[in-house]
Design a protein around this ligand. Structure first.
Ligand code: DX5
Ligand code: ZN
Length: 216
């Protein structure tokens, strides 16, 4: 099943509740948390996640681009996130952290920067509900899709199949009408889209169009 998760990084931060409403029909709202250390950009934290979770019925998919996720990730579950993604490069104890996120009642997901090989984490996949393969260097919306990541998406899906895992495979960065089909063909089933949704006049229609393309 294909899922489309608009990234509010490309939305108007002064009108987040309205921007959530503008993508009605989306599966999840993707919330990019950046700390100015793990990535060279600073966005939002638990108070905004908590307010947004009360303002929308769409579940929140929190992507933590932060140092020390072992320390901070559980607070995002408590703030209302339905799914929490930490970065493999930042986690001290990813197995313990994934188990803690799940014990608190959210889906646990791990992200890989472009230079991080998926093969390193083959043994950890059964602990995760989702793997995020970044298709840009994390930090900013509106960057060009890195098509050199397509083989990694394929290898990730192959490893999941090899172990008989039903987990989701998310892609994030530069996903648009011109790149989503390649991602779907490579094995991704959860698609984050920021500028290609919020950069249009009709974000809800953009979500629907992306969904149809990915389902083809
Ligand atoms: C980038 C973020 C993405 C970003 C994607 O570091 O993780 O979620 O919002 O934006 P687009 O879809 O514009 O590349
Ligand atoms: Zn993201």
């Amino acid at each position: 099943m294909v899922q489309i998760n608009p990234s509010i990084l490309s939305a108007d931060f002064a009108r987040l509740a309205d921007e959530a409403e503008a993508v009605r029909g989306a599966d999840w709202l993707h919330v990019d948390v950046m700390d100015g250390h793990f990535v060279p950009n600073l966005t939002l934290g638990t108070p905004v996640v908590e307010a947004l979770s009360k303002a929308t019925s769409t579940p929140l998919d929190c992507h933590l681009m932060i140092e020390e996720p072992d320390r901070w990730a559980p607070q995002y579950v408590e703030a209302g996130a339905g799914s929490v993604t930490f970065h493999a490069e930042a986690a001290a104890a990813p197995v313990r952290l994934a188990r803690e996120i799940k014990a608190l009642g959210a889906r646990a997901s791990m992200a890989l920067k472009p230079a991080t090989p998926v093969e390193l984490y083959e043994d950890l996949l059964p602990e995760l509900d989702m793997l995020l393969v970044m298709t840009v260097e994390p930090g900013f919306g509106g960057q060009a899709f890195l098509d050199i990541m397509l083989p990694k998406i394929r290898r990730a899906r192959r490893l999941m199949d090899k172990h008989g895992l039903q987990m989701w495979l998310q892609v994030d960065g530069g996903v648009s009408a011109s790149t989503i089909e390649q991602c779907a063909e490579a094995g991704a089933d959860v698609f984050v889209a920021g500028s290609s949704v919020y950069g249009t006049d009709d974000p809800a229609a953009a979500v629907q169009a992306l969904r149809e393309q990915a389902e083809e």
